[in-house]
Design a protein around this ligand. Structure first.
Ligand SMILES: CCCCC/C=C/C(=O)SCCNC(=O)CCNC(=O)[C@H](O)C(C)(C)COP(=O)(O)OP(=O)(O)OC[C@H]1O[C@@H](n2cnc3c(N)ncnc32)[C@H](O)[C@@H]1OP(=O)(O)O
Ligand SMILES: NC(=O)C1=CN([C@@H]2O[C@H](COP(=O)(O)OP(=O)(O)OC[C@H]3O[C@@H](n4cnc5c(N)ncnc54)[C@H](OP(=O)(O)O)[C@@H]3O)[C@@H](O)[C@H]2O)C=CC1
Length: 321
């Protein structure tokens, strides 16, 4: 029994094993029933991080709409999640296909959810992604696909959910972005889009405060899931393996390490948090970049002068300094 009474007479949950055991996949650290009768839309909710978010919300009693382009995969994910819902729970999960690149489809999604559930408490903008390519080899169409998905898709979902429901009733939005704090060489399109969503998050937090809407973002480090890896085709396994040493944790994250942060931001525990971006990356964004710059002599020369002369001396192989 983890329930104890605090010194202030409040009932608190204290689990002595929390500092010894990792969070179990498919098991929230939050109180079951926390989100009973709430309604959430999770884009990209059928795979990877989105699936973990949907599963944790369901466990907490939330009704969850998972949405993305591939209807069959969504349906299979919903079926799998339904097996985990205890009979006593009021929660349900439904799959609704929607391409967030299409304004009409997003409008359709929002109106279907309101028709079926009569409310939308939470929006998690998780659907998105990119391919790996240096800018010089990126086509205009490829750049646009990534911007339309990650930036414009997020804008469209936020705007539709706000105008159709949250403006009058309040709610919480969480935008999933990425570790683009040092730029994103090799995936510049997504870096630009996610950086823009970071800024959009702050603008919306202010514009929509008047409606009681909180808007925050989560910036994951490198998070392993089979679907994320498969997106990069034959490059995938190596890309994820190569990333391990660049994490201060010396391991990759998993989707369940993102979902608990999202549930926290959606919960009343975060009632005074808006316009924030939470980095969930074990410090990866503060550490070294994966982008290698080979030795070269292409850089403009430094101005001549005594410092430059001293520097030349220092760099001479026989330097005593
Ligand atoms: C270990 C490092 C990880 C770093 C951290 C980040 C991790 C993650 O985000 S992992 C999650 C990965 N998951 C996804 O990215 C899933 C969603 N991704 C996609 O759907 C695609 O990547 C997309 C965003 C590019 C959209 O694809 P799609 O809907 O298929 O788009 P189009 O068919 O309209 O293609 C448009 C255009 O894009 C160019 N392109 C697409 N893929 C590639 C590629 N692999 N390489 C180069 N260019 C690509 C291309 O120009 C396409 O047009 P066409 O040439 O006419 O096909
Ligand atoms: N894994 C990682 O290391 C990181 C991931 N992220 C981001 O987190 C989010 C989840 O990624 P992750 O779970 O890892 O990878 P996944 O590839 O498993 O998830 C991406 C999800 O987005 C959906 N999606 C993509 N394009 C669209 C679209 N146009 N409309 C609706 N849904 C779409 C996909 O479904 P479908 O194909 O059916 O449309 C899929 O469910 C993505 O935005 C990703 O870029 C950010 C930083 C790091």
């Amino acid at each position: 029994n983890c329930r104890k009474t605090s010194s202030r007479g409040r009932s608190v949950v204290f689990c002595p094993q929390w500092d010894q055991q990792p969070k179990m996949a498919g098991s929230s650290v939050f109180r079951p029933g926390l989100f009973n009768h709430k309604v959430a839309i999770v884009t990209g909710g059928g795979t990877g991080i989105g699936k973990a978010i949907a599963a944790e919300l369901l466990e907490l009693g939330c009704n969850v709409v998972i949405s993305s382009r591939k209807a069959e995969r969504l349906e299979a994910a919903a079926q799998e999640m339904r097996q985990q819902i205890p009979p006593s729970s009021p929660a349900c999960v439904i799959p609704l296909p929607c391409n967030i690149r299409s304004e009409d489809e997003v409008k359709g999604l929002v109106s279907s959810v309101l028709q079926q559930f009569g409310r939308i408490d939470f929006l998690v903008n998780n659907g998105g992604g990119q391919f790996s390519s240096p800018v010089e080899h990126m086509s205009y169409k490829g750049w646009k696909a990534v911007i339309d998905t990650n930036l414009t898709g997020t804008f469209t979902c936020c705007k539709e959910v706000y105008t159709a429901w949250m403006k009058e009733h309040g709610g919480v939005i969480v935008n999933i972005i990425a570790d683009m704090w040092k730029g994103f060489p090799g995936m510049a399109h997504t870096g630009a889009a996610r950086s823009a969503v970071d800024n959009l998050t702050k603008s919306l937090a202010i514009e929509w405060a008047v409606s009681g809407v909180r808007v925050n973002a989560v910036a994951p480090g490198t998070i392993f899931s089979k679907t994320a890896m498969e997106n990069y085709k034959e490059l995938g396994p190596n890309l994820f393996k190569m990333s391990v040493p660049f994490s201060p944790a010396k391991r990759l994250g998993v989707p369940e390490e993102i979902s608990s942060a999202v549930c926290f931001l959606l919960s009343p525990a975060a009632s005074y948090i808006s316009g924030a971006t939470l980095r969930i990356d074990a410090g990866q964004s503060l550490y070294r970049s994966m982008w290698e710059i080979p030795n070269h002599s292409a850089w403009p020369k430094a101005p001549d002068g005594e410092n430059q002369e001293a520097l030349k001396d220092l760099l001479k192989p026989q330097s005593k300094l």
